[in-house]
Design a protein around this ligand. Structure first.
Ligand code: 0L1
Ligand code: MG
Length: 261
C-alpha cells in the first residue's frame, strides 16, 4: 500500500476522533482488502500525525489479549496501539462524554518499564526483570467505528481503539505479586459489572508485554525505559453513561476511579 494512501486513511480516522463522530470501517469502503500489516502502516501514519502535532507517547499498549475480549469483538489475535499524553485522566478525575464517541471501560494492569526491552525472543520473566513497577489502570476505549464493528486490520489502523487512560497512584514492585493471580473487579455506581484475574491476559500480564516487545521488533522498534504500558484487559469492556462512577479494584494493587460527566 502506498504511504500516501495509508496517510489518507489515518487522516480519515483522526478526523473521526477529533470531530467525535463514528466513521465507516476502512474495510467497508476505503480499502476492503486491508491486511493486518497494512493496518499497522496506517497506525504508524496516525502516530506520526500525533507526534507532529506535539503529542507525546506515554507508551505502547496491548489490546485484545484475553479470550473474553477476542470473543467479544470477534477477532482472533492480540494487537498493539499507542497511548498519548493527551489521553491521560487523573485518578478520581472526570471523563466527559462530550469529548468522546461511545466510550467503554476495561480494567488493566500497567507496567512501568525500567530498562529497554528489545525483541525478538523476549519472555514474560525477562519483562518482569526489567519492570520498575506495576500500577492498576482503567482504560477507556472508543473505537472510531460505527457500533464498535470492525475487522482486525480495521482496529489496528484505528490505534486499537485507544482513547483515555486512568492510571492508579499506588506504585508497587512486580516482585510483590503473582500478577496472574491478581483479581480485579470493575464496578459502576457501586455495582460489580465485570471481574477477572491477571491470568486472563495471555496466562500472565507480563506475557503480553513480552509479546509486545516481539511484535515491535518486527518493525525494528522496542519497548523503552520509562514507557508505561497497558498489558490488556482482565475484564470485558463496559459502555459508559453520563453520571457513572467507575471504580476498578485490584487485589493488592489498589483502586482506580473516575466519573463520567
Ligand atoms: O485495549 C484493547 O483491548 C483494544 C481493544 C480494541 C477493540 C475494542 O475496541 O474493543
Ligand atoms: Mg485495553
Amino acid at each position: 500500500m502506498e504511504a500516501t494512501f495509508a496517510k489518507e486513511i489515518a487522516q480519515y480516522l483522526v478526523a473521526g476522533e477529533v470531530e467525535k463522530r463514528e466513521v465507516t470501517k476502512v474495510t467497508a469502503e476505503l480499502k476492503p482488502d486491508l491486511t493486518v500489516e497494512e493496518g499497522y502502516l496506517v497506525q504508524q501514519e496516525l502516530v506520526a500525525m500525533k507526534l507532529a502535532e506535539g503529542r507525546k507517547i506515554v507508551g505502547p499498549k496491548m489490546g485484545l489479549t484475553s479470550q473474553a475480549k477476542m470473543q467479544q469483538m470477534d477477532v482472533d489475535e492480540p494487537i498493539y496501539g499507542y497511548v498519548f499524553d493527551y489521553m491521560l485522566i487523573e485518578n478520581g478525575g472526570k471523563v466527559s462524554l462530550s469529548d468522546l464517541i461511545h466510550p467503554k471501560v476495561e480494567a488493566e494492569i500497567a507496567f512501568v518499564i525500567g530498562e529497554d526491552i528489545e525483541g525478538p525472543g523476549i519472555t514474560g520473566a525477562q519483562v518482569l526483570a526489567k519492570t520498575e513497577s506495576v500500577l492498576p489502570a482503567l482504560e477507556i476505549i472508543d473505537s472510531r467505528y460505527e457500533n464498535f464493528n470492525f475487522t482486525l486490520p480495521d482496529v489496528v489502523a484505528d490505534n486499537a481503539s485507544t482513547s483515555r487512560v486512568v492510571f492508579g497512584t499506588t506504585i508497587k514492585s512486580p516482585e510483590q505479586f503473582e500478577l496472574d493471580l491478581v483479581g480485579a473487579t470493575l464496578s459502576i455506581n457501586g455495582e460489580i459489572k465485570e471481574l477477572g484475574a491477571g491470568a486472563a491476559v495471555l496466562g500472565h500480564p507480563a506475557n503480553a508485554i513480552a509479546m509486545l516487545a516481539n511484535m515491535l521488533a518486527k518493525k525494528g522498534d522496542k519497548i523503552r525505559k520509562g514507557d508505561v504500558i497497558l498489558s490488556g484487559a482482565l475484564t470485558g469492556a463496559v459502555l459508559l453513561e453520563e453520571g457513572d462512577v467507575v471504580s476498578g479494584k485490584f487485589d493488592g494493587l489498589g483502586e482506580v476511579s473516575f466519573i463520567v460527566t
